[in-house]
Structure formats: structure tokens, C-alpha cells
Design a binder for this molecule. Sequence first.
Ligand SMILES: Cc1cc2nc3c(=O)[nH]c(=O)nc-3n(C[C@H](O)[C@H](O)[C@H](O)COP(=O)(O)OP(=O)(O)OC[C@H]3O[C@@H](n4cnc5c(N)ncnc54)[C@H](O)[C@@H]3O)c2cc1C
Length: 460
Amino acid sequence: MNKKLVCEFENLVGRENVMAEQADRQAYSYDSAVLEPVVPALVVRPETSAQLGKTVRLCNENGLPLTVRGAGTNLSGGTIPAAPNAVVVTTNGLSGIIEINSEDMYAVVEPGVITAQFAAAVAAKGLFYPPDPGSQTVSTLGGNVAENAGGLRGLKYGVTKDYVMGIEFFDVNGELVKSGSKTVKCATGFNLSDLMVGSEGLLGVFSRIIFKLIPPPKDSRAMMAVFDSVEKASETVSAIIAEQIVPCTLEFLDNFTIRTVEDFRHAGLPTDAGALLLIEVDGHPAGVEDDAEKIRKICEQKGAGKIQRAGSAAEKDLIWQARRDALPALARLKPTTVLEDATVPRSRIPEMVKKIRDIGEKYHIDIGTFGHAGDGNLHPTILTDKRDKDEFARVEQAIDEIFEAALAMGGTLSGEHGIGLAKRKYLEGETSRGTIRYSRRLKETFDPVNILNPGKVIGD
Ligand SMILES: Cc1cc2nc3c(=O)[nH]c(=O)nc-3n(C[C@H](O)[C@H](O)[C@H](O)COP(=O)(O)OP(=O)(O)OC[C@H]3O[C@@H](n4cnc5c(N)ncnc54)[C@H](O)[C@@H]3O)c2cc1C
């Protein structure tokens, strides 16, 4: 990056917030996807909304590709600054919770606020912000919105998009765009907030987000159902849904994942189980007990060997922590972890679980499967070593087949991790050539020089 330009960025955000040295930029070259790192030409850290807007404008005026980065936990390569001469704009300097309004049940935040810190601040005011991605202790709200992140509670409470009431963002010229409102209803202008949700940094740079908050559930029950086979567990998921019971959480772990997590966390998980379902219902105390009992009966009918109810809050926390540990525990086993996100209609879960196991056997690779079974959102997690070229070629074939299978079952490429760089080659398979052309025209209108996170989702 030429010195004059570096000085301009320094004048904007302060010298301490511009990283021009190779060693400093290195840390911004990768994210949580298994893709080749690309070192950005410059890293800029605005500390105010005004600085953020001017940074965007300066990039655009100088034709510099710009990749916004929250915590870099995305699993699709969304924050890899793939274009030459790219600037990474990090949002960790914009981490203010501006308002939590208990009376009108909304909050206004800056994009760099950490998800779990926000949820805790909201809980301290007696309210509830449900989206809880597994990465919530690190991920940012801006990143959650840009990926439309889900979490363990998605089945009952929905995902990030269900809580976005408004977004303020900078367009590529650095001009502030406001959309949505703090009111429950808002029909003013185009619904640009919804367009921004899941936009993966391609259409605008968020500076503020208004989130809806809800009252917390009054009661909850958690239980773990142990099955000797994957089939029985996955059929139980379909049966619970078919009974029209909506647990807030309905998670699945296969035997490989159970053993790995137990080895890591020592939470008392049954390592000889074929599969586990971790289930939580919440709401009014009377309804909760009723639902918990119905679910217990369904699990029994479907052949659960054991159903263990979490008696105390500590027992409950241990169960959920074990689920949250699934990815980090699996990731310890081999140098490379490929976490996939294939999602199918919920009734197809048993078929999809079996298909993933067959694909693993066919290509002689280790796949641990866990995920938000109640949402049909499985995370087949492939453990491999990217340096082993032969094995990695088989992994890539397996991934292709997993996505083919999900789409053939009427599913989708991504339940919550987005497309980024990692899955763009599959996009046409789920949508159409016309969809990609349309999306490119949309982007060209907002971003004629293709500055905002170029190459992602729809390619160039
Ligand atoms: C261990 C682990 C568990 C995970 N569990 C889940 C899970 O349960 N559910 C789930 O949905 N995901 C999960 N993820 C994926 C990831 O955490 C989410 O995609 C998360 O939303 C990314 O947040 P981030 O702050 O890290 O964003 P980043 O990775 O930094 O960025 C993600 C995208 O958002 C864009 N972006 C960031 N900030 C802005 C902004 N201000 N304006 C415009 N664009 C912006 C970036 O350009 C990029 O395209 C997990 C990841 C890991 C590593």
C-alpha cells in the first residue's frame, strides 16, 4: 500500500489504529474456514461511526477492496481479504451497547459488540435476546447479522433475522443509510434492513443495529435421551416435530462426537450410546411440564435406552456446554477440521444422517455429525489433514456429495454459516443462473466498482 494512502488512513482513525506491517496484517489473513489465507494490504480499525463511514469512502475513492471483519469466526471464508490490495476494516473498536430499552423492548448496538456480552447485558435488564451461536463468546453482532447466524435455540425462537428491527449502514460512498425503526411496526421506505441481513459484507457496512428483545421464558426443562442407534435418535426428532411440540432446543450428537466431547469435557456423556438428543423445552411452567412429559413418552416409544432429566441448573449447564464443545473437541483430533452446514427439511433428518455416514465410509474419512436437528441443520464435521493431498481430495468429493444429497432432499447449502468463498461454487445448484445474474446486478447497482467484499457469495 503506498505511503500517502496509509497516511490518509492514519489521519482518519489515528496511527495506532492502522496496521501496515506484514506481521500485524498476518492475523487478518484467515478466518474459521479451511481456505488459503490471504494477507491484506492494510488493516484499519475505526473507533467511531463517522470514522467507519470515512474509511469506506476512502477505500472506494481509491479503488481498494474492503472486507469488514467482526471476530473472524465465520466458517465460509467471508473475511478472507481475497482481492489484491484489500483493506480489512475491523469493527472491534465499535463495541458500544448504546441503549437497552426495557419499556419498549429493543436495544441499539454498534456492530462490534460480542454476542454473549450483549445477551448477558440484556438478561441483566430482565429481558431475553435468544440467538445463541456456538461461537457467541467471541462472535460479534455485526457478523451475526451479516451471516444471519442461528444457534441452539433456533427451533423455537428463530435466528438473527427474526430480531433485527433496523440497521444503519454506510453505502460504498460512505453515505449513511437508515432503515427500520425502534417501533414494533415500521412500513417506512424499502425494507433495506432485511436486505442487509445475510449480505456477508457485500452490500453495505453496518454501523448500528436495532434488535428486538423479548421477555425471558419463566421456566424450562432440559433432558438427555440416549439411543443405541442414530436411526432411532433421528426418527425421534421427526416424531417430536410431527407431534407439533416445539422445544427451544433439539440437538443431535452421533457416537463419534459423543466420545470426543466426553474425552474433552468429562461431562458424564454415555460414550457407548449410538446417538444422543439434548432437548430443552421452555415457557409457562404448566406447559413446560406437559411438553417435557410428551417428549419423554415419544423418546421412550422410539426406543431411548435412558432419558436423563437435568435436575439442577449446574447439570443443565454441563449438558449444554458439552454440546457447545462439539466443534472444539472434534477439532483437536486432526490438523484440519471442515465443518459443514448442510440443512434439510426436518422430516428428512434420518435419511440425511444415514447419507452422511455412508459418504464417510465411501471415502474412508472420519465424519463426526452433530447439530441443530430440530431445524434440520446438521454439522457434518470432517477431520482430516489438508497436507495429505490424497485424503483431502477425497474430503472434497465427500463435501460435494453431502451438498448434492442435501439439495436432492429439498434442503439448502447453508442453514446458518453463509456462502462466502467456500460454497459459492454450489450456489447455482440450489438457485439458478438467473439468480446469480440478478444478484450481481443488484450488487453492481450498490457497488459499481465492486469494492465491498469482492469475490464472495456470487463471485466476480
Ligand atoms: C466454534 C464455532 C461455532 C460456531 N457456531 C455457530 C452457530 O451455532 N451458529 C451460527 O450461525 N454460526 C456459528 N459459527 C459461525 C460464526 O461464528 C458466525 O457466522 C458468526 O455470525 C460470525 O460472526 P463474526 O463476528 O465472527 O463475523 P466475521 O466472521 O468477522 O464476519 C462474517 C461476515 O460478516 C461480515 N461483517 C462483519 N461485520 C460486518 C459489518 N459491520 N457490516 C457488514 N458486514 C459485516 C464480514 O465481512 C463477513 O462476510 C460458529 C463458528 C465457530 C468457529
